[in-house]
Design a protein around this ligand. Structure first.
Ligand code: NDP
Length: 301
C-alpha cells in the first residue's frame, strides 16, 4: 500500500521537496506518495490532524510552522529538543514524533558534498533565527576552533550563545561551565576543551577572519545585502548561503568581492536534510548526489 507524506508550509507551492522525495522513493524502491500542502497560518494543527486522519505517515515542515511543529510533537529527538524547532514529523500509533534534520543536512553538505572539514575551523554564523538555532549544535559537534554568531539584533545572537552554553563535553564542545552573564558581557569565551564561542552584531566581526562563513539570515530573500566588514574571509575560505536560487544571492556576490575562495548555496543542504528525513521515515538513506545534480541542472536551466 502506498504511504503518504507531505511538506506543510505557507507558502509552499515553490517547494522542491515533492520532487526530491519522488526521486528518493524511486531510487530506494519505496512505495510512497509525497505532496505539498498549504496550511492556513492559523490552521497548522488542524491540517496535520486532517492529514493523519487520511492515513498520512509523515510530514516535512517549513516556514513558518517549525516552532508549532515542535509544540505539536509528543516525542522529540535530542536534536529537535536542542534546536527548539521541528522540520520532520512522523505519525506513530502512540503520538507524533518530531525531529530536526536541518543541521545534519548542512553539516553533510559542507563536509561530504563540498569536502570541507569543519574540525579546527573558525566559523562565522550569520543570523539568529530558526535556521541558525537548528545548526549550532551540529556545527559544534564537529569540533570547530571557534564559532562567532553575528546578527543584526545582537541580543538575539548573545541569547543563543547562552542557550548553547551547556554543551560541555571532554572535546569538541563549547563553553563548559560558562554563564549567560559572561556571554552577555560579550566575553570571548573558551570552553575547557571546546571551541570558542562569541556573539555580536555584524560590525563586531571586524578584525576577525574566518574559514567558513554561513549565511542563515533571510536577507537574501528580500535581495538585501549584509553590512559585513572587509577582511572576514581568510585565505581558502568558504562562503555558504543557506538560500539558493537561479542567480547568485547578494550574500554570495559580496563574498566573491570580499575574497572568499569558494562559494556555495543551500541547495545541497535542502537535499541532505530531505535525505535525513527519508531515513527517519523509511529506515533507508537515499543517495543524494544524483538528486542534487538533477536539481542543480533544473535550477540553472
Ligand atoms: P527567521 O525568520 O527565523 O530568521 C531570520 C534571520 O534573518 C534573523 O536572524 C534576522 O535578523 C535575519 N534578517 C532578516 N532580514 C535581514 C536583513 N535585511 N539584514 C540582516 N539580517 C536579516 O528565518 P529562518 O532562520 O527560518 O531562515 C533563514 C534562512 O535560511 C531563510 O532564507 C531560509 O530559506 C533558509 N533556510 C534554508 C534551508 C535549506 O535547506 N537550504 C533550511 C532552513 C532555512 P534579526 O533577528 O535582526 O531580525
Amino acid at each position: 500500500m502506498t504511504d503518504r507524506y507531505c511538506v506543510l508550509g505557507n507558502p509552499v507551492a515553490h517547494s522542491r521537496s515533492p520532487a526530491i522525495h519522488a526521486r528518493f522513493a524511486e531510487q530506494c524502491a519505496q512505495d510512497i506518495r509525497y505532496e505539498a500542502i498549504l496550511a492556513p497560518l492559523d490552521g497548522f494543527a488542524a491540517t496535520v490532524a486532517q492529514f493523519v486522519a487520511a492515513g498520512g505517515k509523515g510530514a516535512n515542515v517549513t516556514v513558518p510552522f517549525k516552532e508549532e511543529a515542535f509544540r505539536l510533537s509528543t516525542r522529540r529527538s535530542a536534536r529537535a529538543e536542542r534546536a527548539g524547532a521541528v522540520n520532520t514529523l512522523a505519525f506513530e500509533e502512540t503520538g507524533i514524533f518530531g525531529d530536526n534534520t536541518d543541521g545534519a543536512g548542512l553539516v553533510r553538505d559542507i563536509e561530504v558534498n563540498l569536502d570541507v572539514a569543519l574540525a579546527g575551523k573558525r566559523i562565522l554564523l550569520l543570523g539568529a533565527g530558526g535556521a541558525a538555532r537548528g545548526v549550532i549544535a551540529p556545527l559544534l559537534d564537529c569540533s570547530p576552533a571557534s564559532l562567532f554568531i553575528a546578527n543584526r539584533n545582537a541580543d538575539k545572537a548573545e541569547t543563543l550563545v547562552g542557550q548553547f552554553s551547556d554543551l560541555g563535553a571532554p572535546q569538541g564542545h563549547l563553553l563548559r561551565g560558562a554563564t549567560v552573564e559572561a556571554t552577555l558581557q560579550g566575553c570571548f569565551l573558551r570552553g575547557a576543551a571546546g571551541p570558542r564561542v562569541d556573539a555580536g552584531n555584524f560590525a563586531k566581526t571586524a578584525g576577525h577572519s574566518f574559514d567558513i562563513v554561513i549565511n542563515a539570515t533571510s536577507a537574501s530573500l528580500s535581495g538585501a545585502s549584509l553590512p559585513l566588514p572587509a577582511g572576514i574571509y581568510a585565505p581558502g575560505s568558504l562562503a555558504y548561503d543557506m538560500m539558493y536560487g537561479k542567480s547568485e544571492t547578494p550574500f554570495l556576490a559580496l563574498a566573491r568581492q570580499q575574497g572568499a575562495a569558494r562559494l556555495a548555496d543551500g541547495l545541497g543542504m535542502l537535499v541532505e536534510q530531505a535525505a535525513e528525513a527519508f531515513l527517519v521515515w523509511r529506515s533507508v538513506r537515499p543517495e543524494t548526489a544524483p538528486v542534487l545534480a538533477e536539481l542543480r541542472s533544473q535550477l540553472s536551466a
